[in-house]
Design a binder for this molecule. Structure first.
Ligand code: AMP
Length: 406
């Protein structure tokens, strides 16, 4: 049974076709710059990849190109689109409506549209992706998997902001979190690798990529997370500031004459590693500059590691301890320097990194020292697999699907 996983961004569309029985990716690719004249389509696995310049005026055109590449040409993994059994869509904002993945109905689409106010670029592109798939694959089940759903278990004391309560009632201003599919995957995978039930562990999961977030997962239940109403809150990121004193916003508007859009751009696109280093939002580039002695680059990565360290401390306090810390994302998986800085000096809290294991490259691995009370584990995330699994589970429950019979 093949599940097509679609992750539609504002001008991009990523996809994977996953054989859910073996959980193998049988095709993947990406459409970039959708809507612009220089759009292109990348299709293939690892080295066996082709890049085709092709005009993609909208997401429907992108879906059509994707489906064609799945059934035509030397890299086509299937013969006909009828071999696609269902489609799973990544949706960034599910608000308080969705605490789990759901089959897409007209009502679900209305809610995704309504919630676009909280994630305008993402939810509207996802809707375009859904509509395009519905047109091209009208008889296939479409499933929505929300980044926020995993955090619907947060207690009110964690998700409410200390601003007038009426604003929560009027606008739904509260913490929703983000990256939930990733946190859910790495938590369950870490438990599986350790051979212990998730329901018996206190975990802190760190998704450290271009966007960054940390979550507290107490006996399998998410109890806090660093991203908030939007993915701007929490940790310092590539171009996002993360949490700052909110008084900085009116100060900048007054003193720099910034509009709401300007200040939003400044905090979302010009801050974080980029804003401090003045060099790049990319950790590799910042690290290289720091190694050459660039002081602002050094400051940027010191601040970055410190912001992760502080969240780990907070969440240890929230859960009265931690058994396992899980790291993922481009930085969490690859940067031994950042990992060393995050955990430096935490020995009194029972957290000790094994320096030689920390330097090793590879995939899923334990990097804590044998004498560390807290296990630290690196687990590459796999949101697409999680989306495919959820889609498959809903397909099973539904009678609408007619599985392909080879
Ligand atoms: P992601 O969004 O998960 O793809 O992560 C992107 C971030 O991971 C960027 O800041 C990259 O610079 C960073 N990254 C990827 N590989 C490395 C590496 N080997 N060392 C340090 N940072 C890395």
């Amino acid at each position: 049974m093949n599940i097509l996983v679609i992750n539609a961004g504002s001008s991009s569309l990523k996809y994977q076709l996953i054989d859910i029985v073996t959980e193998k990716v049988i095709a993947k690719g990406l459409c970039e710059r959708v809507g612009s004249k220089d759009s292109f389509h990348k299709h293939g696995i690892d080295e066996d990849e082709v890049v085709i310049d092709t005009f993609l005026p909208d997401h429907k055109a992108a879906i059509e190109v994707v489906l064609r590449s799945l059934v035509e040409g030397p890299r086509a993994p299937i013969h006909s689109v009828s071999e696609i059994d269902a489609v799973g869509h990544r949706i960034v904002q599910g608000g308080a409506y969705f605490n789990q993945s759901v089959v897409i109905t007209p009502d679900v689409k209305d809610k995704i549209l309504e919630l676009a106010e909280l994630a305008p670029l993402h939810n509207l592109s996802a809707l375009q992706g859904i509509k395009a798939c519905e047109e091209v694959l009208p008889d296939r089940l479409q499933v929505a998997v929300f980044d926020t759903a995993f955090f619907q278990t947060l207690p009110p004391k964690a998700y409410m902001y200390p601003i007038p309560y009426e604003l929560y009632q009027k606008y739904g201003i509260r913490k929703y979190g983000a990256h939930g599919t990733s946190h859910r995957y790495i938590a369950s995978r870490a438990a599986e690798l350790l051979g212990e039930p998730l329901s018996e562990l206190k975990m802190i999961t760190c998704h450290l990529g271009n966007g960054c977030s940390v979550s507290a997962i107490d006996h399998g239940v998410a109890v806090d997370t660093s991203m908030g109403l939007t993915p701007l809150d929490g940790l310092m990121m590539g171009t996002r500031s993360g949490a700052i004193d909110p008084a900085i916003v009116p100060f900048l508007m007054d003193h720099e004459g910034l509009s709401t859009q300007d200040v939003s751009d400044l905090l979302n696109k010009q801050s974080g590693l980029l804003g401090i280093s003045g060099i790049s939002n990319d950790m590799r580039t910042v690290q290289e500059a720091a190694q050459e002695g660039n002081e602002r680059a050094l400051l940027a990565y010191d601040m970055y590691a410190n912001s992760v360290k502080k969240y780990i401390g907070q969440y240890m306090a929230v859960m009265a301890g931690v058994d396992v810390i899980v790291l993922t994302g481009g930085i969490g998986e690859n940067s031994s320097i950042i990992r060393r800085l995050i955990f430096a000096g935490m020995q009194p809290m029972g957290i000790v990194v094994d320096s030689s294991k920390n330097e090793q490259r590879g995939f899923e691995r334990l990097i804590s020292h044998d004498k560390s009370k807290v296990r630290i584990i690196v687990v590459p995330t796999n949101e697409e697999l999680m989306i495919a699994r959820d889609t498959y589970a809903l397909v099973h429950k539904s009678s609408q699907i007619v599985p392909y019979k080879g």
